[in-house]
Design a protein around this ligand. Structure first.
Ligand code: 5GP
Length: 188
């Protein structure tokens, strides 16, 4: 696999503002970033677009891709919900000379870091668990049941933060964006 571009792994508990941070830096001309679109068998949320946010697959299609060895890594991030980084995405982006942004869970992040030790890993933290719960409620995209599931998952995910190259606390969004930008600038 050609590795011209740099791999940037970004992980964070759900609702930490990770997508907002990624969206605000993705088109920065200096950083030359491209987002790796993952495959998932979870249904699209309102406003999400197939091929832009994710490639939405049925469980059968996802399993077929696993059998074809199409993934760099994949995880069952939530019970019955699979997410995976496609080899085709990684190759397309790195061969095109772009730096690859991976928005993946903590296990996937550590897995990729093991496969690509040159990758830069960034963990984005919420200021607190209480703050995270509030943000998820305000986002209005998930049911209370899903929110509770995500909050308990967040506590588990936070225990992985120490394995990341960089930790950024998203308290003030603009500051967090600048910090992430600086980390990437230095790495590429
Ligand atoms: P969401 O359903 O909120 O879009 O994403 C749920 C979680 O799945 C997030 O933590 C996100 O980072 C993770 N995720 C998204 N794509 C991938 C992937 O390709 N691999 C892994 N391991 N996790 C992913």
């Amino acid at each position: 696999m050609n590795k011209e571009g740099k791999i940037i792994i970004i992980s964070a508990p759900s609702g930490t503002g990770k997508s907002t941070i990624i969206n605000s830096i993705i088109n920065n001309e200096d950083l030359k970033l491209s987002f790796s679109v993952s495959a998932t068998n979870r249904p699209p949320r309102e406003g999400e677009v197939d091929g832009v946010n994710y490639y939405y697959l049925t469980t059968e299609e996802f399993q077929k891709r696993i059998a074809e060895n199409a993934f760099v890594e994949f995880e069952e991030v939530y019970p019955g919900r699979y997410y995976g980084t496609l080899k085709s995405e990684v190759e397309r982006i790195l061969n095109g000379g772009y730096n690859l942004i991976l928005d993946i869970d903590v296990k996937g992040g550590l897995n990729v870091k093991k496969q690509y030790p040159d990758a830069v890993s960034i963990f984005i933290q919420p200021p607190s668990i209480e703050c995270l719960r509030e943000r998820l409620i305000n986002r209005k995209t998930d049911s209370m049941e899903v929110i509770n599931e995500r909050v308990s998952k967040a506590e588990y995910e936070l225990s992985f933060a120490k394995y990341y190259d960089h930790n950024v606390v998203n308290d003030v969004l603009e500051t967090a964006i600048e910090e992430v930008k600086e980390i990437i600038k230095k790495a590429i």
